[in-house]
Design a protein around this ligand. Structure first.
Ligand code: SAM
Length: 321
């Protein structure tokens, strides 16, 4: 087991199947260009091989399939069953939910049972202005379908002052009514936000979010796993919500996340654009490859921030959100 001086190790692996997305969310995709994959994306077989090496090198217990938009990638058909066979403690997916109904057969037969659906507004007019793609009702139908099949869902919402602040309470009520745990994600100063004033204009922090929730609900802080990115709250008798407070209450000291991008680049930290390329080691005999992966994991740990999220020019859809 590789552990750093803060006692951190990698337990959670996020794999970006593709950088292509059918949305171009204003805060994530700089030029509004949808469907743009990364150069030299790996095949599903190569991604599975890389994941297998990372798991065998030790420590990885949980895996999240993300992107880009994972449901957009034809690789999912082979990747998903392959990953489910690895015997990990937990496998989940983060998706914008637009293609859940279309790929319901694949999803429902896979054994996967958990999804985080990103949904920033329930307002059908505001939806295309934020997502710059997709259709609200299709996402809602996807959510209903998974709930009807007993999936455990979370909704990810990025509250922003100028576009969806009015949706904090509606999305919370929507989630509570359906037994979904809502996650407010504080806007992260990444990608094009880093070089514009969009971040400063739109950022809403933990305290303000709690104040808004407090206008209608009583809540108390609840338990969360030690390496959870979210601070969780219970609304007695109604359910839970969480806040991923990258800025207001950074969780770098207990971060156990490792990211594999769709082009084989391995990132130890969302806030550090330094990466290591796994592609050249994939053709090696497994014992040799594993030695190199161990080295890569030790190096990736040194890329983690000590204290707080600094922000990076890396774009979430490339590094794997
Ligand atoms: N396409 C999938 C989806 O929409 O969930 C997975 C990829 S997306 C990059 C993963 C998550 O990252 C989404 O919940 C999105 O809202 C979030 N995200 C992207 N850029 C962000 C930023 N600058 N700050 C906070 N969250 C961001």
């Amino acid at each position: 087991m590789i552990v750093d001086r803060h006692g951190r190790q990698f337990r959670n692996l996020r794999v970006s199947l593709t950088a292509a997305c059918n949305y171009a969310c204003t805060y994530c995709v700089p030029n509004g260009k949808r469907l743009q994959a990364a150069a030299h994306e790996l095949s599903s077989a190569q991604l599975l091989q890389a994941v297998g090496l990372l798991v065998d090198a030790g420590g990885i217990e949980k895996l999240r399939i993300t992107g880009g938009e994972p449901l957009l990638s034809p690789k999912l058909e082979d990747f998903l069953p392959g990953v489910m066979e690895l015997g990990l403690q937990d496998v989940a997916m983060t998706s914008n939910g637009q293609l859940i109904t279309r790929y319901q057969d694949l999803l429902l037969s896979s054994g996967l049972k958990r999804m985080n659906v990103s949904l920033d507004t329930l307002d059908a007019d505001a939806f295309p202005k934020i997502a710059r793609g997709g259709d609200l009702n299709t996402v809602l139908a996807g959510i209903d379908l998974l709930l009807a099949n007993n999936w455990k869902l979370k909704i990810n919402m990025v509250p922003m002052r100028r576009s969806n602040m009015d949706q904090v309470l509606p999305l919370l009520k929507f989630s509570l009514e359906r037994g979904i745990e809502l996650r407010f994600i504080e806007l992260m100063n990444m990608g094009h936000l880093k070089t514009s004033n969009q971040y400063q204009q739109d950022f809403i922090g933990l305290d303000e979010l709690l104040e808004i929730v407090g206008q209608e609900f009583e809540f108390a802080q609840a338990d969360a796993p030690y390496d959870s990115t979210a601070i969780r709250y219970e609304i007695p008798g109604q359910g839970y919500f969480g806040i991923i407070a990258n800025e207001s209450a950074p969780f770098c000291r207990s971060c156990t996340r490792l990211r594999l991008a769709s082009n084989g680049h391995l990132y130890g930290c969302l806030s550090n654009s330094t990466y290591q390329d796994m592609t050249p080691i994939l053709p090696l005999p497994v014992p040799q490859a594993l030695v190199q992966v161990q080295d890569m994991l030790s190096t990736a740990l040194t890329h983690k921030q000590d204290l707080s999220f600094q922000g990076e020019v890396t774009v979430m859809k490339f590094i794997g959100g």
